[in-house]
Design a protein around this ligand. Structure first.
Ligand SMILES: [Zn+2]
Length: 165
């Protein structure tokens, strides 16, 4: 089931006195198709592929409006902003590797549904965003390798020490 992000976005623009342009609507259409974590640069590339001619500035400002409307959520991030549609954020948890920064989506509709129904005092329409911070499998293997090397050199030194005695 795919919900329409475009009509609530149109309503948001109208309600807040922003111009409803065909460029903004086209960008929202492309955003509504995103099923993974995306960046504005990624959207610009997709729009270009689709033959659209929006300026970078328009794409960036429209993404900011989509965040403001709550239809997409910006993931907490230091460098380039990453986004996820609010619809996907209500189905998937984000697992982020604290070593390499890789982000993977995990389907958690029940858990997120429960969070959504948690009433937030003094907040309306709170959008839960579930992020797990951990170590990805690849980094775990790298860490294990480095540790093995370390312990190998340590035991090597110990052997040297014992043989020199
Ligand atoms: Zn990693």
């Amino acid at each position: 089931m795919m919900s329409d992000l475009v009509s609530p976005f149109k309503a948001f623009l109208k309600q807040h006195g922003y111009q409803l342009t065909s460029e903004r609507v086209e960008i929202a259409q492309v955003v509504s198709l995103q099923r993974r974590i995306f960046t504005t640069e990624g959207l610009i590339a997709q729009l270009k592929e689709g033959g659209y001619r929006q300026s970078r500035g328009t794409v960036y400002s429209t993404v900011r409006l989509l965040v403001e409307s709550g239809l997409i959520v910006q993931l907490p991030q230091a460098s380039e902003a990453h986004y996820l549609t609010s619809e996907q954020a209500s189905l998937y948890a984000v697992c982020r590797c604290r070593s390499c920064g890789a982000e993977v989506l995990y389907r958690q509709p029940r858990r997120l549904q429960a969070l959504r129904h948690t009433t937030m005092h003094r907040y309306r329409l709170a959008q839960p965003l579930l992020i797990f911070s951990g170590i990805c499998q690849r980094c775990e293997r790298e860490i294990a390798k480095t540790n093995n090397k370390k312990s190998a050199t340590q035991s090597g030194r110990q052997q040297q020490a014992s043989s020199s005695r």
